[in-house]
Ligand binder design. Sequence first.
Ligand code: PMP
Ligand code: GLN
Length: 389
Amino acid sequence: MNIQSGNFTINARLKDTGTSIFSVMSAKAAEHQAINLSQGFPDFDGPAALIENVYRHMKSGKNQYAPMPGVPELRNEIAKKYNTQYQSDFNPESEITVTAGATQAIFTFIMSVVGKGDEVILFSPAYDCYAPAIRLAGGIPVFINLSEPDFSIDKEKLEKAFNSQTKLIVINNPHNPCGSVLPESDIHFIAELTKNTNCLILSDEVYEHIVFDENRFKPMNLYDGLQDRTLSVYSFGKSLHFTGWKIGYAIGSPQLTKIFRSVHQYNVFSVNTPMQYALADFLKDNETHLDISDFYQKKRDFFYNGLLKSRLKPLKSSGTYFLLADYSEISDMADTEFAIHLTQKFGVASIPLSPFYPTDDKPKGKYLRFCFAKQESTLKQALENLWKI
Ligand code: PMP
Ligand code: GLN
């Protein structure tokens, strides 16, 4: 895309980039004073003690650059928590890097391993930041649609798309926007497929702590055959309810971490110092604070059961703080049009599914994504509006 600026032309590297659907729908919610169940963020604060910690560390002079991989205190706490929870033994020195949110970790890893002409397999619906990073790196995103209505991986399609040019597969588990948790059999299939190849895995696991019912989550970098080829990325924004803090981390083998840091060092160098110390203290003192599945499961149940009384058909989310709802029996409108209609006429903003499909191969069904990371009073008001459809 060339943009004329005065008497010269600028060649913009990312073609056809519009405004993200999250920003679009949040703006629509504000414009129509609608309840905003679109962009994924809680409408409540995270722990007050954590805020106090930040202030304390700022006042005590923890205000200069942190070490490039993250302050050792925080990496140690991450290792302790992770290794205890998943019975692993990652080394905070050589295998954990603190990042400016998961988005930066994703961008950094893609920049460090994808080159010109490399193919990267993505599953649609796909979170929005993967494909642009791949294109900027000169790579080619290869999209495979998940199979509706359970949004599972079609193994035949994956096997067909996989070839010697495939440099990376991007996994998102638990899955935004579908609210699904990847079955172990699919993970074993991917391990088998990539065996004896140079293909790497980027596993976006930002919703690791939000898993419901009998579903279980285990990081991809702990499966046999995948340990050395997988970098897993996380976000404190999700696990501590502060999406605006933009701090996360990446965990992978010493070799992958070394490669990751070779780019991290130049695209961000290091992450906000007082917040890292604050998080380290907080994790040390609050070992159970990351047990948030029950907290969100109650919200999911409340919202899901409420939606059953509407004309929307909700899908029961297995993880994340999102659920999809089918509106095909209510309207023939395209999903973006219908999401705007609901915002304007019924005062509830959601996210249409089709923008998560960056090719012409769109979803067969008609779905909207709702975020239930909200106070019960907010969800109740939203339901009362949705019952009127
Ligand atoms: N991956 C997924 C699947 C997400 O939903 C989000 C944020 N909602 C991110 C990555 C980005 O995380 P962060 O805000 O920490 O950059
Ligand atoms: N991850 C958030 C969501 O899925 C949005 C973050 C953003 O606005 N980029 O809603």
